[in-house]
Ligand binder design. Structure first.
Ligand SMILES: NC(=O)c1ccc[n+]([C@@H]2O[C@H](COP(=O)([O-])OP(=O)(O)OC[C@H]3O[C@@H](n4cnc5c(N)ncnc54)[C@H](OP(=O)(O)O)[C@@H]3O)[C@@H](O)[C@H]2O)c1
Length: 337
């Protein structure tokens, strides 16, 4: 018999890290096609602090309406505690990982001892890696995969009318900007696995980590602007993105592509068209099928999740304060005792 309450980190108002409260919360209900997971670790992602802050970077009409309190977080690794009547692919005791209900703002509820997950968004945890590393993978790796290999969903994107199409990577030269962060360090590894030559752009402190992950060249952006020296690229994956992403257009070959992972603020559509460059992005979506496909590649270390730091769930505020300092190397992860 499961208890009626659990510990969770909730917010009762938007704001800074101080609004995160570790407190009692009701156990999540488990639908017929859902799985209740006892959470062991939770990976942090920028949407956690965007939501905590009330998505202030978005125009007011796009900001989500939510009812407080909200449990933040999307990425989990844990063990199945119960299954709904219609679930046949998972059983109590299975070790599993997921990116939960993304993009359904405020409904993911991962910063908790238990979370209910639609079975279609869950996969068996990669064998041989611990919960901390498994929890670090889902959003960052799905983002790199859906941008660079296979979108895997047909959800409409509010920011671009055309469907995002990944491009072939074998034999190509790919620059990854923001290469040390969650998405960037996995994008480097996806490009290498698919046969590209990879130039990683990051602050110098991350160079040895990026070379260890397979980067062929590393540009320290604090010394040299990548757009001043990189030329004839086939693809730029810009994991920083935003209004400055257009500076990479001149680094690309005609026929090349710029994929801003954070596309808001790009204003160079005319320049891109005149240079013959495709600019395209996609909003990552939950996919148990893709996490199942990726699990063997995490298990055999084709993809390695680098851990920046871990914090107990009760110290989620400190974890968000760490994130706010920037320069994240890989992933920040919360652990649940
Ligand atoms: N489209 C989608 O569905 C989707 C999905 C996931 C994430 N995102 C977005 O993608 C972005 C990256 O996410 P993330 O999880 O990778 O974030 P992250 O883990 O915080 O990583 C950001 C990285 O960027 C580096 N950086 C900061 N300024 C830089 C600069 N000027 N040049 C090069 N590198 C710089 C930082 O380290 P150093 O400065 O020390 O190098 C850090 O490692 C976020 O804006 C996020 O919202 C979009």
């Amino acid at each position: 018999m499961l208890q009626e309450t659990m510990k969770a980190v909730r917010i009762h108002a938007f704001g800074g890290p101080e609004v995160l409260r570790y407190e009692d919360a009701p156990m999540p209900p488990v639908g017929r096609d859902e799985v209740l997971v006892r959470v062991h670790a939770i990976g942090l992602n920028p949407p956690d602090w965007y939501l905590r802050d009330g998505y202030r970077a978005l125009p007011p009409e796009w900001r989500p309406q939510v009812s407080f309190p909200i449990v933040l977080g999307t990425d989990i690794s844990g063990v199945v505690a119960a299954v709904g009547e219609e679930v046949s692919d998972f059983a109590v005791g299975d070790a599993v990982y997921s990116m939960v209900r993304f993009f359904s703002v405020g409904e993911s509820r991962a910063y908790a001892e238990y979370v209910s997950v639609p079975a279609a968004q869950l996969a068996q945890k990669p064998a041989g890696i611990d919960h901390v590393h498994a929890a670090g993978a889902p959003m960052s790796l799905l983002t790199a995969w859906q941008f660079m290999v296979e979108v895997g969903h047909g959800e409409p994107d509010p920011l671009q009318p055309h469907r995002h199409e990944p491009v072939p990577l074998a034999g190509k030269t790919v620059l990854v900007n923001g290469a040390a962060g969650g998405v960037g360090h996995l994008a480097v590894q996806v490009a290498k696995l698919k046969g590209a030559r990879v130039i990683a752009v990051a602050s110098g402190r991350h160079e040895s980590m990026l070379r260890d992950l397979g980067a062929d060249d590393v540009i320290d952006y604090t010394r040299t602007a990548a757009e001043d020296i990189a030329r004839d690229l086939d693809l730029v994956v810009d994991a920083v993105g935003g209004p400055t992403t257009g500076r990479f257009l001149k680094t690309l070959k005609r026929g090349g592509s710029l994929f801003p992972i954070y596309p808001l603020g790009f204003s160079g559509a005319d320049e891109a068209a005149s240079l013959g460059i495709t600019v395209s992005a996609v909003q990552v979506r939950s996919s148990g099928a893709q996490l199942a496909e990726l699990a063997p590649l995490l298990a055999d270390r084709s993809f390695r999740v680098v851990i920046d730091s871990t914090f107990p769930l009760a110290d989620a505020r400190e974890a968000h304060e760490r994130a706010a300092k920037g320069h994240i190397q890989g992933k920040i992860v919360l652990t649940v005792a």
